[in-house]
Design a binder for this molecule. Structure first.
Ligand SMILES: Cc1ncc(COP(=O)(O)O)c(C=O)c1O
Length: 388
């Protein structure tokens, strides 16, 4: 039985979340509730598989075993009712590595790529560092949940000659699990304007009932002809450090293009720890995940209640998936710099700054609640203190 309540000291483990913030902010004793990894131990099945590898003691070149393909295919079938064939699977050292290669494979410099605003910040970075044009379509906050502005997207597809869209499904930072109907509408627009969809589904397993994950592939019969799906077990099972991901490409034409670029960059070999961890997680992690989801949900409920009672001026989106909360501090009328200054130096708590997710993230912050309740409680009190 996993014990999510037990705080684990991560200081001194070269954790980006815990060990880099002193240098970044020049402030001691900060509590990190930022970057998307969890303060929980990985599932026992994964740790046991690593122990077996270490006991054997040889870490030579490792082939991708047939059993890994089977584990992935079974997971997608059982958890997501998604039929994937072995030859449709490619491996990359992370979702971002896969998306970056896809951008290089499917677009040319100066081509236009659309993303939402707000959305996971590295999307914008990889578009611009690859010298592609970045276009954003703002999400609309409709009764406390994000919805897509289809008219705005159509306008941009049509007049700005968008070649590719990067979709975040479920959405980070808003926690939306896009519905089948929304994805259908989006897919039909993309088809009409010949836009290829790179669907980042790394948060696919972190979805709370009654919401249901719909893979972009499944939203329309022929959607896999013009889309590529990126996912990983690293977010689900807190294995971000093993840098691994899977890409599903059903279209033979797209697969050929992506594989060619992957080989040009010599990115096709996956490290041993990635292969071992990935297989063990898919094969043995289900129970752990079944315990994790209610724990995350209870942390979300606790946080919502805390804000209602102590900080009613902060508007929070109630997430349908992910362990990330999007907080709107605009009622405080603080600039982004003032808000960050208060949280860091007065509250001593680190959240992700909203503006990094796009212009609409002004006066917002993203909060990660995947930590033991005691850590979360302390963090929330620090936020309240910062705003006093
Ligand atoms: C939407 C999204 N995509 C990709 C990543 C990063 O994936 P990777 O570490 O596999 O590149 C994250 C991490 O938080 C994420 O939230």
């Amino acid at each position: 039985m996993p014990n999510f309540e037990q705080p684990i000291d991560r200081l001194g483990s070269n954790s980006i979340k815990w060990d880099t913030i002193l240098k970044t902010y020049n402030e001691k004793e900060l509590l990190p509730l930022w970057i998307a990894d969890m303060d929980f131990k990985a599932p026992a099945g994964v740790l046991n598989a690593y122990q077996k590898l270490l006991d054997h003691g040889i870490l030579g070149y490792t082939d991708t075993p047939e059993s890994l393909y089977t584990a992935i295919i079974n997971w997608e079938k059982e958890q997501h009712q998604l039929a994937i064939e072995k030859e449709e699977i490619l491996f990359f050292s992370g979702v971002l590595a896969g998306i970056t290669t896809a951008i290089q494979a499917f677009t040319k410099p100066n081509d236009t790529i659309l993303i939402h605003d707000p959305v996971y910040p590295p999307f914008a970075n990889i578009i611009t560092t690859n010298r592609r044009q970045l276009v954003r379509s703002r999400l609309i906050d409709e009764d406390g949940r994000f919805v897509m502005d289809f008219a705005d997207m159509e306008e941009k597809f049509k007049h700005q000659h968008v070649k590719v869209m990067i979709l975040c499904n479920p959405h980070n930072p808003g926690g939306r699990v896009w519905s089948k109907e929304e994805l259908q509408k989006l897919g039909n627009l993309c088809k009409k304007y010949d836009v290829l969809v790179l669907s980042d589904e790394i948060h696919q397993d972190l979805v709370f009932p009654p919401y249901e994950m719909t893979s972009f592939f499944k939203a329309g019969e022929d959607f896999s002809d013009f889309s590529v799906q990126f996912t990983s077990m690293t977010k689900t099972f807190n294995l971000a450090g093993i840098k691994n991901s899977v890409v599903f490409v059903k279209s033979a034409k797209l697969r050929k293009q992506l594989t060619r670029k992957q080989e040009e960059n010599f990115q096709q070999e996956i490290n041993t720890f990635g292969l071992v961890g990935m297989e063990a997680a898919y094969e043995t992690g289900k129970e752990w995940l079944n315990e994790l989801l209610p724990y995350i949900q209870s942390n979300i409920a606790y946080t919502m209640k805390f804000f209602q009672e102590h900080l009613p001026n902060v508007h929070i989106m109630s997430p349908e998936g992910t362990y990330l909360l999007w907080l709107d501090f605009s009622k405080y009328e603080l600039s982004d710099a003032e808000l960050e200054e208060r949280l860091i130096h007065k509250g001593k708590v680190v959240l992700n700054t909203g503006v990094s997710y796009g212009p609409s993230g002004k006066q917002h912050m993203r909060l990660n609640v995947a930590c033991p309740r005691a850590t979360l409680e302390e963090g929330l009190h620090r936020i309240a203190m910062a705003l006093k």
